[in-house]
Design a protein. Sequence first.
Length: 141
Amino acid sequence: MVAGPVVSDLLAATRSAGAAAAGLKACTAWPDAPRPVLADDLLPERAMAGDPAAREQLVEEIYRPLEEAGSALLETLSVYLEQASSLEGAARMLFVHPNTVRYRLRRVTDVTGWSPSDVRSAFTLRIALILGRLADANILP
């Protein structure tokens, strides 16, 4: 079972139902998902399954706020994820102290609500970074 997001009125109910339907279609990609699962917890799978609303949500709710918070957060998150979530490896690549990386990653969590140190959240953040870069390059429809 997949639950769509709570909406404020009946007119927005179609958006919630659409998210739930897209989540149901994509939930096979995450076999260990909790049951019931929220459609928003399936954003990466929905985006990969072709759901344009999920793509837009990942870009607008994760990538754009990070972009607005400054390039240091985007760069730190990207390097951290590329370094297999190693604080020390990311710090070496960025030429900063590991505590700086810790601080920036906490800021990523504050800005997005997703923690880079959590495996599932890191996956969502990585997909949001990819989609945001594609959107910036005008490659996404």
